[in-house]
Design a protein around this ligand. Structure first.
Ligand code: CTP
Ligand code: MG
Length: 252
């Protein structure tokens, strides 16, 4: 496995792409919905493939769509990385676990990146990997929260207030030492199967790692790494994509 600049990438990226996209409304699974005429998954994979650190990608495809996704990825010549496609599970956590199980053992650093964050900057991918390489076992990109966030009870009454300056919205790619992510997923599978905690699958991987007591390090996130959830997000992403890209000045 060689990277585009000829150096070997030491990172495997797991790409959960198996969600239905219920909040986008009826249509194809979200990862196959078009943005600028191209499936969300292809935008994400191309950006991941352009990152220096990446040696291999493992995509968790919607169940039954594995052949479609394999064909799409084969047509994307610019990826230039080893790409493995597996079937995803009913919840994100299970899709990530399936991808992790298929990741070649030689990679000691594992990133997890949502296909729904299609416009992730290439530099953010390398920044997360660098932070793991520099000794952090778990790394997440995070942004300050613009809204005031409150906690409510089941009736919708406010029960707690949170200090906004201490809150962050977390994004992907999230990066891990492989042994740390694997241990977190083993514990999560037990957790999800136990009657008392069934139905509490985590919405991100750093959350699983934190449950085991591992410290999660944050680095600055990026607005471009926003998750496309709603039709409005898709329209916003179309606008971001249509923006003229900054051109490097010749003397720089
Ligand atoms: N995902 C997955 N397997 C699932 C559910 C989600 O791989 N069973 C992936 C999605 O494809 C997406 C990422 O996890 O890339 C984040 O999930 P989300 O934004 O919630 O996507 P969906 O689950 O597809 O959307 P919705 O919740 O609206 O159905
Ligand atoms: Mg979902």
């Amino acid at each position: 496995v060689t990277t585009l600049n000829g150096r070997r990438g030491d990172v495997v990226v797991l790409v959960p792409a198996a969600g239905a996209g219920v909040r986008l409304g009826s249509g194809e699974p979200k990862a196959l919905r078009l943005l600028g005429g191209e499936p969300l998954l292809m935008h994400a994979v191309r950006r991941l493939g352009e990152a220096r650190c990446v040696g291999c990608l493992v995509v968790a495809a919607p169940a039954g769509y594995e052949p479609v996704v394999r064909a799409l990825l084969a047509s994307q010549a610019s990826v230039g990385r080893q790409v493995i496609v597996v079937g995803g599970g009913p919840q994100r956590q299970q899709s990530v676990a399936a991808a992790l199980a298929a990741a070649p053992a030689e990679f000691d650093i594992v990133l997890v990146h949502d296909a729904a964050r299609a416009l992730v900057p290439v530099s953010l991918v390398d920044d997360v990997a660098d932070a793991v390489r520099n000794g952090h076992d778990a790394v997440v990109p995070a942004l300050p929260v613009p809204d005031t966030i409150i906690q409510v009870d089941q009736a919708g009454g406010q029960v707690g207030s949170l200090v906004r300056s201490t809150l962050r919205a977390v994004q992907t790619p999230q990066g891990f030492r492989r042994s740390v992510l694997a241990a977190a997923h083993r514990a999560a599978a037990v957790h999800a199967a136990a009657p008392a905690t069934a139905g509490t699958a985590a919405t991100d991987d750093a959350g699983l790692v934190a449950r085991l007591g591992t410290r999660v390090h944050t680095i600055p996130g990026s607005e471009a790494a926003m998750k496309i959830t709603s039709r409005r997000d898709l329209a916003l992403a179309e606008a971001l994509l249509a923006q003229p890209q900054p051109v490097a000045s010749p003397e720089a």
